[in-house]
Design a protein around this ligand. Sequence first.
Ligand code: C5P
Length: 236
Amino acid sequence: MLHWPFVVRLVIAVDGPSGAGEATAARAVARSLGYRHGDTGARYRAVGWRARQLGIALDDEAAVTAVAEAARFDLDDGAIRIDGHDVTSAIRTPEMDKAATLVARNAAVRTVLVARQRALGAEGGVVMEGRDIGTVVFPQAALKIYLDASPEERARRRAADPAHTSGRIAAVAEVAVDLAARDKADSTRSVAPLMKADDAVYIDTTGIPIDDVVGRVLALARERAGARGSGPGSRD
Ligand code: C5P
Protein backbone atom coordinates (compact mmCIF):
# COMPACT_ATOMS: atom_id res chain seq x y z
CA MET A 1 0.00 0.00 0.00
CA LEU A 2 1.39 3.34 -1.05
CA HIS A 3 0.56 6.02 1.51
CA TRP A 4 1.23 9.59 0.62
CA PRO A 5 3.93 11.33 2.57
CA PHE A 6 1.66 14.26 3.32
CA VAL A 7 -1.40 14.29 5.44
CA VAL A 8 -4.02 16.24 3.54
CA ARG A 9 -7.07 14.07 4.00
CA LEU A 10 -9.40 14.79 1.12
CA VAL A 11 -12.97 13.78 0.58
CA ILE A 12 -13.16 12.24 -2.88
CA ALA A 13 -16.66 11.76 -4.29
CA VAL A 14 -17.18 9.19 -7.04
CA ASP A 15 -20.57 8.99 -8.72
CA GLY A 16 -22.00 7.42 -11.83
CA PRO A 17 -24.49 4.89 -13.16
CA SER A 18 -24.31 1.18 -12.38
CA GLY A 19 -21.44 -0.62 -14.02
CA ALA A 20 -19.39 2.50 -14.76
CA GLY A 21 -16.70 1.18 -12.43
CA GLU A 22 -17.23 3.37 -9.34
CA ALA A 23 -16.81 0.58 -6.83
CA THR A 24 -13.64 -0.85 -8.33
CA ALA A 25 -12.08 2.55 -8.90
CA ALA A 26 -13.05 3.93 -5.48
CA ARG A 27 -11.68 0.87 -3.70
CA ALA A 28 -8.37 1.02 -5.57
CA VAL A 29 -7.97 4.77 -5.06
CA ALA A 30 -8.75 4.42 -1.36
CA ARG A 31 -6.21 1.63 -1.03
CA SER A 32 -3.44 3.62 -2.72
CA LEU A 33 -4.05 6.65 -0.55
CA GLY A 34 -4.62 4.81 2.72
CA TYR A 35 -8.12 6.32 2.79
CA ARG A 36 -11.36 4.65 3.78
CA HIS A 37 -13.65 3.44 1.03
CA GLY A 38 -17.32 4.34 1.48
CA ASP A 39 -19.62 2.08 -0.54
CA THR A 40 -22.98 3.81 -0.11
CA GLY A 41 -24.88 1.55 -2.52
CA ALA A 42 -24.07 -1.39 -0.24
CA ARG A 43 -25.98 0.32 2.56
CA TYR A 44 -29.10 0.91 0.44
CA ARG A 45 -28.88 -2.71 -0.62
CA ALA A 46 -28.41 -3.95 2.95
CA VAL A 47 -31.42 -1.97 4.20
CA GLY A 48 -33.50 -3.58 1.44
CA TRP A 49 -32.20 -7.03 2.38
CA ARG A 50 -32.90 -6.50 6.10
CA ALA A 51 -36.39 -5.12 5.47
CA ARG A 52 -37.27 -8.16 3.38
CA GLN A 53 -35.77 -10.48 5.94
CA LEU A 54 -38.04 -8.89 8.55
CA GLY A 55 -41.05 -9.33 6.26
CA ILE A 56 -41.43 -5.60 5.62
CA ALA A 57 -42.82 -4.48 2.27
CA LEU A 58 -40.35 -2.17 0.55
CA ASP A 59 -43.05 0.36 -0.21
CA ASP A 60 -43.87 0.68 3.51
CA GLU A 61 -41.81 3.85 3.81
CA ALA A 62 -42.09 4.31 7.58
CA ALA A 63 -41.19 0.70 8.37
CA VAL A 64 -38.22 0.68 5.97
CA THR A 65 -37.02 3.96 7.45
CA ALA A 66 -37.16 2.40 10.92
CA VAL A 67 -34.96 -0.42 9.61
CA ALA A 68 -32.43 2.13 8.31
CA GLU A 69 -32.48 4.06 11.59
CA ALA A 70 -31.88 0.99 13.70
CA ALA A 71 -29.34 -0.62 11.35
CA ARG A 72 -25.87 -1.47 12.60
CA PHE A 73 -23.57 -1.59 9.59
CA ASP A 74 -20.19 -3.16 9.60
CA LEU A 75 -18.19 -2.72 6.40
CA ASP A 76 -14.74 -4.11 6.10
CA ASP A 77 -12.67 -4.59 2.96
CA GLY A 78 -15.59 -5.38 0.68
CA ALA A 79 -17.55 -7.38 3.27
CA ILE A 80 -20.75 -5.99 4.73
CA ARG A 81 -22.81 -6.98 7.74
CA ILE A 82 -26.11 -5.48 8.79
CA ASP A 83 -27.36 -6.13 12.30
CA GLY A 84 -24.88 -8.98 12.60
CA HIS A 85 -25.84 -10.69 9.31
CA ASP A 86 -23.13 -11.10 6.71
CA VAL A 87 -24.88 -10.00 3.49
CA THR A 88 -21.78 -9.52 1.34
CA SER A 89 -23.00 -11.73 -1.48
CA ALA A 90 -26.73 -11.78 -0.68
CA ILE A 91 -27.08 -8.09 -1.57
CA ARG A 92 -25.53 -8.44 -5.05
CA THR A 93 -28.33 -10.38 -6.73
CA PRO A 94 -30.54 -8.95 -9.51
CA GLU A 95 -33.43 -9.08 -7.03
CA MET A 96 -31.51 -6.93 -4.55
CA ASP A 97 -30.55 -4.51 -7.34
CA LYS A 98 -34.25 -3.81 -7.65
CA ALA A 99 -34.83 -3.75 -3.90
CA ALA A 100 -32.04 -1.20 -3.42
CA THR A 101 -33.47 1.02 -6.12
CA LEU A 102 -36.84 1.01 -4.36
CA VAL A 103 -35.29 1.72 -0.96
CA ALA A 104 -33.26 4.55 -2.49
CA ARG A 105 -36.43 6.37 -3.57
CA ASN A 106 -37.49 6.70 0.04
CA ALA A 107 -36.58 10.26 1.10
CA ALA A 108 -36.60 9.47 4.83
CA VAL A 109 -34.23 6.53 4.34
CA ARG A 110 -31.94 8.80 2.35
CA THR A 111 -31.91 11.34 5.17
CA VAL A 112 -30.86 8.65 7.63
CA LEU A 113 -28.16 7.16 5.40
CA VAL A 114 -26.82 10.51 4.18
CA ALA A 115 -26.29 11.61 7.81
CA ARG A 116 -24.27 8.45 8.44
CA GLN A 117 -22.28 8.93 5.25
CA ARG A 118 -21.44 12.49 6.26
CA ALA A 119 -20.27 11.29 9.66
CA LEU A 120 -18.04 8.74 7.95
CA GLY A 121 -16.42 11.46 5.86
CA ALA A 122 -16.31 14.18 8.49
CA GLU A 123 -12.61 13.73 9.14
CA GLY A 124 -11.74 13.46 5.44
CA GLY A 125 -9.55 10.67 4.12
CA VAL A 126 -12.39 8.91 2.36
CA VAL A 127 -13.29 7.90 -1.17
CA MET A 128 -17.06 7.65 -1.19
CA GLU A 129 -18.98 6.27 -4.13
CA GLY A 130 -22.63 6.25 -5.06
CA ARG A 131 -25.09 8.34 -7.01
CA ASP A 132 -25.41 11.56 -4.99
CA ILE A 133 -22.07 11.94 -3.24
CA GLY A 134 -20.89 15.00 -5.15
CA THR A 135 -24.34 16.57 -5.37
CA VAL A 136 -25.89 15.92 -1.95
CA VAL A 137 -23.67 14.11 0.54
CA PHE A 138 -20.46 16.09 0.05
CA PRO A 139 -21.16 19.09 -2.20
CA GLN A 140 -17.90 20.58 -0.86
CA ALA A 141 -15.76 17.52 -1.66
CA ALA A 142 -12.25 18.46 -2.75
CA LEU A 143 -12.47 16.18 -5.75
CA LYS A 144 -15.57 14.94 -7.52
CA ILE A 145 -15.43 12.31 -10.21
CA TYR A 146 -18.31 11.25 -12.43
CA LEU A 147 -17.60 7.90 -14.07
CA ASP A 148 -19.58 6.82 -17.07
CA ALA A 149 -19.40 4.18 -19.81
CA SER A 150 -21.58 3.17 -22.71
CA PRO A 151 -24.66 1.14 -21.74
CA GLU A 152 -23.28 -1.81 -23.74
CA GLU A 153 -19.98 -1.79 -21.91
CA ARG A 154 -21.62 -1.40 -18.51
CA ALA A 155 -23.89 -4.36 -19.24
CA ARG A 156 -20.91 -6.44 -20.40
CA ARG A 157 -18.99 -5.67 -17.22
CA ARG A 158 -21.93 -6.46 -14.97
CA ALA A 159 -22.73 -9.66 -16.83
CA ALA A 160 -19.15 -10.86 -16.45
CA ASP A 161 -19.00 -10.02 -12.73
CA PRO A 162 -19.91 -13.11 -10.68
CA ALA A 163 -20.43 -10.88 -7.63
CA HIS A 164 -23.41 -9.34 -9.41
CA THR A 165 -24.89 -12.32 -11.15
CA SER A 166 -25.21 -14.85 -8.33
CA GLY A 167 -22.02 -16.59 -9.39
CA ARG A 168 -23.17 -17.42 -12.92
CA ILE A 169 -22.29 -15.60 -16.09
CA ALA A 170 -25.45 -13.73 -17.02
CA ALA A 171 -26.68 -12.95 -20.52
CA VAL A 172 -25.56 -9.45 -21.48
CA ALA A 173 -28.96 -8.63 -22.99
CA GLU A 174 -30.74 -9.59 -19.76
CA VAL A 175 -28.39 -7.43 -17.68
CA ALA A 176 -28.73 -4.54 -20.15
CA VAL A 177 -32.49 -4.45 -19.65
CA ASP A 178 -32.12 -4.36 -15.85
CA LEU A 179 -29.42 -1.69 -16.03
CA ALA A 180 -31.52 0.53 -18.27
CA ALA A 181 -34.42 0.25 -15.84
CA ARG A 182 -32.18 1.14 -12.90
CA ASP A 183 -30.55 4.04 -14.77
CA LYS A 184 -33.98 5.41 -15.46
CA ALA A 185 -35.19 4.97 -11.88
CA ASP A 186 -32.00 6.47 -10.42
CA SER A 187 -31.87 9.48 -12.73
CA THR A 188 -35.54 10.40 -12.74
CA ARG A 189 -36.47 9.98 -9.07
CA SER A 190 -37.49 13.13 -7.24
CA VAL A 191 -34.99 12.84 -4.36
CA ALA A 192 -31.25 13.03 -5.04
CA PRO A 193 -31.40 11.80 -8.65
CA LEU A 194 -28.23 10.56 -10.28
CA MET A 195 -26.57 13.47 -12.03
CA LYS A 196 -23.14 14.86 -12.57
CA ALA A 197 -22.24 17.72 -10.22
CA ASP A 198 -21.29 20.83 -12.20
CA ASP A 199 -17.77 20.71 -10.80
CA ALA A 200 -17.24 16.96 -11.19
CA VAL A 201 -14.59 15.65 -13.56
CA TYR A 202 -16.32 13.47 -16.16
CA ILE A 203 -14.44 10.31 -17.12
CA ASP A 204 -15.79 8.03 -19.82
CA THR A 205 -14.36 4.63 -18.94
CA THR A 206 -15.56 2.87 -22.10
CA GLY A 207 -12.66 0.80 -23.35
CA ILE A 208 -10.29 2.17 -20.69
CA PRO A 209 -8.53 -0.29 -18.35
CA ILE A 210 -9.45 0.26 -14.73
CA ASP A 211 -5.80 0.89 -13.80
CA ASP A 212 -5.77 3.89 -16.12
CA VAL A 213 -8.95 5.25 -14.57
CA VAL A 214 -7.45 4.82 -11.10
CA GLY A 215 -4.22 6.52 -12.23
CA ARG A 216 -6.18 9.47 -13.55
CA VAL A 217 -8.13 9.88 -10.29
CA LEU A 218 -4.93 9.60 -8.25
CA ALA A 219 -3.27 12.28 -10.38
CA LEU A 220 -6.26 14.60 -9.85
CA ALA A 221 -6.23 13.87 -6.12
CA ARG A 222 -2.54 14.75 -5.94
CA GLU A 223 -3.21 18.00 -7.72
CA ARG A 224 -6.08 18.93 -5.38
CA ALA A 225 -4.13 17.95 -2.29
CA GLY A 226 -1.18 20.00 -3.50
CA ALA A 227 -3.44 23.01 -3.97
CA ARG A 228 -4.52 22.69 -0.34
CA GLY A 229 -1.01 22.52 1.06
CA SER A 230 0.66 19.51 2.55
CA GLY A 231 1.26 20.51 6.16
CA PRO A 232 0.47 18.07 8.93
CA GLY A 233 -3.06 18.48 10.21
CA SER A 234 -4.44 19.98 7.01
CA ARG A 235 -7.90 18.70 6.51
CA ASP A 236 -10.34 18.71 3.67
O1 C5P B 1 -23.96 1.28 -6.34
P1 C5P B 1 -24.96 0.18 -6.24
O2 C5P B 1 -25.31 -0.46 -7.55
O3 C5P B 1 -24.61 -0.83 -5.21
O4 C5P B 1 -26.30 0.90 -5.72
C1 C5P B 1 -27.52 0.20 -5.62
C2 C5P B 1 -28.67 1.18 -5.73
O5 C5P B 1 -28.68 2.03 -4.59
C3 C5P B 1 -28.59 2.14 -6.93
O6 C5P B 1 -29.18 1.61 -8.10
C4 C5P B 1 -29.32 3.35 -6.43
O7 C5P B 1 -30.71 3.19 -6.62
C5 C5P B 1 -29.06 3.34 -4.95
N1 C5P B 1 -28.05 4.29 -4.52
C6 C5P B 1 -28.43 5.61 -4.33
N2 C5P B 1 -27.55 6.50 -3.84
C7 C5P B 1 -26.30 6.16 -3.56
C8 C5P B 1 -25.87 4.83 -3.77
C9 C5P B 1 -26.77 3.91 -4.27
O8 C5P B 1 -29.57 5.96 -4.60
N3 C5P B 1 -25.46 7.07 -3.06
